[in-house]
Design a protein around this ligand. Structure first.
Ligand code: S3P
Length: 192
């Protein structure tokens, strides 16, 4: 087994793949396809938080604020990190918390999806489920947040620009990237 591959295996099982990156870069859609391709379980962290809270993310932000959401996000990440072999789609702000990044790096690899602001705006404008973009000038907000978060997204092990890539192509690209870096490992192999 090569050093790189060994590094990414925990007790014979492949590590998690955490998809991080800004809102609207395709983490959830690409993650689902990637998980199916790699025969892994898929977890969408935002959906997990909503299911646990039995309310939407905009409701959580509106009633309890962003800091409370970040607490829930951190807890959900910790719980997901108890197991391996998953593809995990994370909310765009997860990397702001250093401890989250350290934990994800211990439990898997981080792939950052990115896209140019115009594409992010085009993909997100029809939806009102992202409280941080429900502002009078979402384009400026996107640009500002991207600038603020640039250095956190740069902590990922690899990054993929999805601006002009379809969901299937992006998933195939990440699978290849994983195999090239780590070696081919079956997601369900050795699963309890
Ligand atoms: C957020 C991104 C959202 C969600 C929440 C906050 C962010 O997830 O977690 O609205 O801070 O960037 P997506 O990136 O999946 O849209």
């Amino acid at each position: 087994m090569s050093g790189a591959r060994e590094k990414n295996i925990i007790q014979g099982r492949p590590r998690n793949i955490f998809l991080v990156g800004f809102m609207g870069t395709g983490k959830s859609s690409v993650g689902r396809v990637l998980a199916a391709r790699m025969k892994r379980d898929f977890v969408d962290l935002d959906e997990l938080i909503e299911a646990r809270q039995r309310r939407s993310i905009p409701d959580i932000f509106a009633s309890d604020g962003e800091a409370f959401f970040r607490k829930l996000e951190k807890e959900a990440l910790k719980d997901v990190c108890f197991s391996d072999s998953k593809v995990v789609s994370c909310g765009g702000g997860i990397v702001i918390d250093k401890e989250n990044v350290v934990l994800m790096k211990q439990r898997g690899i981080l792939v950052c999806l990115c896209a140019v602001p115009e594409v992010i705006y085009a993909r997100t404008r029809a939806f009102s489920n992202r409280p941080l973009l429900n502002v009078p000038d979402p384009v400026s907000r996107i640009e500002k947040l991207l600038k603020q978060r640039e250095r956190y997204y740069a902590l990922a092990d690899a990054s993929v620009d999805t601006s002009s890539m379809g969901i299937g192509d992006a998933a195939a690209y990440i699978e290849k990237l994983y195999e090239d870096k780590i070696g081919k490992v079956s997601g369900k192999a050795g699963k309890k």
